[in-house]
Design a protein. Structure first.
Length: 222
């Protein structure tokens, strides 16, 4: 009659390997007593600097984003005819450059005197109309030109800020990340140096343990 029962596999380490394993265990205990187990490498100076750079990069990116949002208001002003694109800006700009207008008007008077004299003199109604027309044209042209320049500059400046913000912010972040990579590499290396004795013991323990293993199966007969 055939035997029965469940099969049982037992894995053991032969006695001749135990002294080697015990030796490694003794080394591990001695290493632990000496404070050589569980140590963590100090934060690398490059990592500390990288964290500071990341903080600065975040602050700068926030500032740039705020400026970009402010710059968007220029386009809103253009759309809504407000701010620098408002109807009141003509008078504001004319006040800003009134001295320039006056100098240009004064310079133009010399050429007008002959025309005004031919028209009946400086005091004639026709001469006065010519003077007022010429001075008005100078004021308008000067003001309109300056206003157009300011509006163009406002749009150009806003566009430049908005388009450059992502790249600048990314540049700040990339610089911090690169330095952080250096710090991380240094810390990994320093950690390996700290763990070298422990790792060596562990490797030897595994070698003896794996090499000397024996497996024996019992039970489960036919």
């Amino acid at each position: 009659m055939a035997g029965g029962g469940d099969k049982t596999t037992t894995t053991t380490i032969p006695p001749e390997f135990m002294p080697y394993l015990q030796k490694q265990i003794g080394k591990l205990e001695a290493l632990g007593d000496a404070g050589g187990v569980g140590n963590i490498a100090d934060m690398d100076p490059a990592m500390k600097e990288a964290l500071k750079l990341k903080e600065d990069a975040a602050a700068k990116a926030t500032d740039l984003t705020g400026k970009a949002e402010d710059a968007m208001s220029v386009y809103n002003d253009q759309k809504n005819q407000t701010g620098i694109f408002g109807a009141d800006q003509y008078g504001i700009v004319q006040e800003q450059i009134k001295d320039q207008i006056a100098r240009e008007q004064q310079g133009a008077m010399g050429g007008l005197r002959g025309e005004m004299s031919a028209a009946g003199g400086l005091t004639s109604a026709r001469g006065e109309m010519m003077r007022e027309g010429a001075m008005g044209n100078i004021a308008y042209d000067k003001t309109a030109g300056e206003l157009a320049r300011q509006r163009t500059d406002a749009l150009g400046g806003a566009g430049s800020i908005i388009s450059s913000t992502p790249g600048i912010a990314s540049g700040y972040a990339n610089a911090a990340d690169t330095l952080a990579d250096v710090g991380s590499y240094n810390m990994d290396y320093n950690q390996k140096v700290l763990d070298k004795d422990y790792d060596a013991i562990q490797k030897m323990f595994n070698i003896y343990g794996q090499t000397g293993k024996e497996s024996k199966t019992t039970g489960g007969g036919k």
